[in-house]
Design a protein around this ligand. Sequence first.
Ligand code: SF4
Ligand code: SF4
Length: 280
Amino acid sequence: MEKQQVIQAAERLFPICAGNQVAEEVAISAELAGLTIFEAPLVGIGSAQDPLFQTFLDPAVIGPWFKQPQEWLEGAQTVVSFFFPFTEEIRRANRKQTTDPSAQWLHGRIEGEAYLHSFITALGAWFEEQGIRTCAPMTDSRFLPVHNGNRFHEYGCVTEKTFGSNWSERHIAYLCGLGTFGLSKGLITEKGMAGRFTSIILDEKILPDERPYTEVYEYCIHCGACIRRCPAGAITEQEKDHTVCRPWLLQMAQRYAPRYGCGLCQTGVPCESRNPSKKK
Ligand code: SF4
Ligand code: SF4
């Protein structure tokens, strides 16, 4: 299969999958009914045999709990990564916030996640129609989401700062050529960082994209804006401390249940919607 066919399928499914507009019955307020969550996605292709996958097993990168593509899908050949940027309306609303997330951002985070499930499920069905077997880890029962490491003690290398899942969408996007990490540990793409990622594994060969970077932080200009934006003080020049970010998110989860989110480090910063290492 050619990458172009995947792009065409994604373009066709993007507007027709349910949930990219906030439904009236779940809208936080009447004026948010119909809010559009995502713009059309960027698409990156990676080889399931890419040696970079082995480096993800290093606890300094993700950890030995990271599942290789072949563990998710026997005969895995290709990984396709998608970045869905948040719309300007969602980003603008969060840009104004100084402590709590905007209602628009909360919708993007929660209803946006539900939309990604519907998109990647529909795309998986399309691949299956083409005779291609698939696995989308985000919808798979074996997926262990981002966590502080308590689940992974059997591996013997967790610390109180260990934080990760057994399939990291940001690392997959990096491998597939979509972008590099920033100081805030988000992934900076050509359409910035404010958005969400998803991916799907295929047993079909597609020519992988060449990564247009060699360094993990190549697109980050180290401006420090995310450090100043973080209401919890979780980001420093040296690291993002998940043991500080996580309790803040839990506080937001209690305040805005059943939704949660923050994303202040992704909005009102130079990498919000573009790659700041490139001239405008
Ligand atoms: S705000 Fe600046 S320092 Fe932080 S991730 Fe973006 S470019 Fe890097
Ligand atoms: S690092 Fe965490 S707490 Fe700080 S702005 Fe980002 S999401 Fe919010």
